[in-house]
Write a protein that binds this ligand. Structure first.
Ligand code: GDP
Length: 303
């Protein structure tokens, strides 16, 4: 399974360290919790979240009177899954679609995090499902971004709306939304430029793009997905905080999870940002994209 392969590094890193901790422990004592905290922090879970997990586990172990390795390891797995789920209680973690007419997903994130690739992968997914898919090359700023999206369109076999480099991205998006409506597309995936260097401009640009979309399709965009590169660890968290200030993000696409041994960043994002991880990238190929399932993820780390 690709999910399995995609988590191989984290399993060898993060997962193996926790397993080693469990294999070597004699008593669940303060040393054990110190080591656990250190392992969690090394895995990019983040200081605060690591302390949180460790404290709750301490209570849980006491409560259950857990002494056996298997009990403690079960408690850890449960804690990690629960932490993810509890931080988003009552939230709907699935992707949202239009009840009627075209669904619009807007993608934001800085250069190089894997936005364009994710759009290509999703286009492939929906095309396979028999949907009519349209892409909008709204990153008119980065050299090569338009051509890269067009290439994905050709590879997957879906249509792409584009204009020359440096065009107004809102104009590209306008054309795409109108086309999506008139020609009955099921889903429109919009690429954007993510220049965090100038937050005010980025905010204005994204606001304008959103206004153009909403004017044509009142309940759209149905998702604003922020792409974050898992290999950048705590930096990804900082980026996410900045993007939250610029626009209303509805979910995270965590890319390149296959490229890190520290998969704990998923938990940090959930706990510190209160944003759901909706999709994970597990490689560069078309089908290396999964809906995120916390249970599958945590169990995948430790087996
Ligand atoms: P953008 O600038 O945000 O649009 O980023 P791109 O989509 O161009 O991706 C930047 C690089 O990351 C490319 O070389 C992609 O192949 C690679 N990439 C994207 N997603 C993944 C992933 O999930 N895993 C791996 N290993 N590489 C990825």
């Amino acid at each position: 399974e690709r999910y399995d392969k995609g988590l191989a590094k984290s399993r060898k890193g993060f997962g193996a360290k926790i397993n080693a901790l469990l294999a070597n422990f004699r008593h669940v004592d303060e040393d054990f919790f110190d080591d656990l905290e250190e392992t969690l922090i090394e895995a990019d879970v983040g200081y605060e979240t690591a302390m949180n997990i460790s404290d709750e586990l301490r209570d849980e172990v006491k409560l259950r009177n857990a002494k056996k390795k298997s009990d403690v390891s079960d408690a850890i797995i449960e804690r990690l899954v629960n932490l993810y789920e509890e931080s988003g209680k009552g939230e709907d973690n699935a992707l949202h679609f239009a009840k009627q007419g075209p669904t619009v997903f807007l993608f934001v994130g800085v250069n190089g995090v894997g936005k364009t690739t994710t759009i290509g992968k999703l286009a492939h997914r929906y095309k396979e499902e028999g949907k009519k898919v349209l892409l909008a090359a709204g990153d008119t700023f980065r050299a090569g971004a338009i051509e890269q999206l067009a290439e994905w369109g050709r590879r997957v076999g879906v249509d792409v709306v584009k204009k020359p480099e440096q065009s107004d991205p809102a104009a590209v998006v306008y054309d795409a939304v109108v086309k999506a409506k008139q020609e009955n597309y099921d889903i429109l995936l919009v690429d954007t430029a993510g220049r965090l260097q100038n937050k005010v401009n980025l905010m204005k640009e994204l606001d304008k793009i959103k206004r153009v979309i909403t004017r044509e399709i009142p309940d759209a965009p149905h998702e604003v997905l922020l792409a974050l590169d898992a290999t950048t660890g705590q930096n990804a968290l900082t980026q996410a905080k900045q993007f939250k200030e610029v626009t209303d993000v509805t979910g995270i696409v965590l890319t390149k999870l296959d490229g890190t041994a520290r998969g704990g960043i998923v938990l940090a994002i959930r706990n510190e940002l209160k944003l759901p991880v909706k999709l994970v990238g597990l490689g560069e190929q078309m089908d290396d994209l999964r809906d995120f399932d916390p249970q599958e993820f945590v169990i995948g780390l430790f087996k």
